[in-house]
Design a protein around this ligand. Sequence first.
Ligand code: ZN
Length: 155
Amino acid sequence: MSLADELYRETILDHYHNPRNQGVLEGPSILSVEGVNPLCGDELILYLDVKDGKVEGISIKSRGCSINTASSSMMTEAVKGLPVERVEELIDAFKNMMLKGEQTAVPEEFEDLEALQGVKKYPVRIKCALLPWNTLIEALHSAASGETAKAISTE
Ligand code: ZN
């Protein structure tokens, strides 16, 4: 295993064992979106608080595999506090990295996310890594249209 692979593995394990921003967010402006990946059995609920065009709060309550948990944790850490336009750019960059193999797609300040590239070696797990990101897209759409609850499936 190369040094980069080793560091990537440590990053993923760290987020898996100590997931950031876990649990339920409560408040009048919080919306929640459910995400399911039936292939692996990953399930999550994403809580999002968008205020003044910014991700003020985000948390995820998940029951899933290590990749899904790590990706959820890394995503919430990356997008918390960011303006919605920047979050949308980051989602595009992350999906390009995972689906099209553009290694340099992710901006430098989010280079931790590159750790998830290793998942590409296991194509069935890519959906595990993408589930929180696809759920966040739905949550942002809901926030923009004033909805408060939605469910998506990546099947
Ligand atoms: Zn999974």
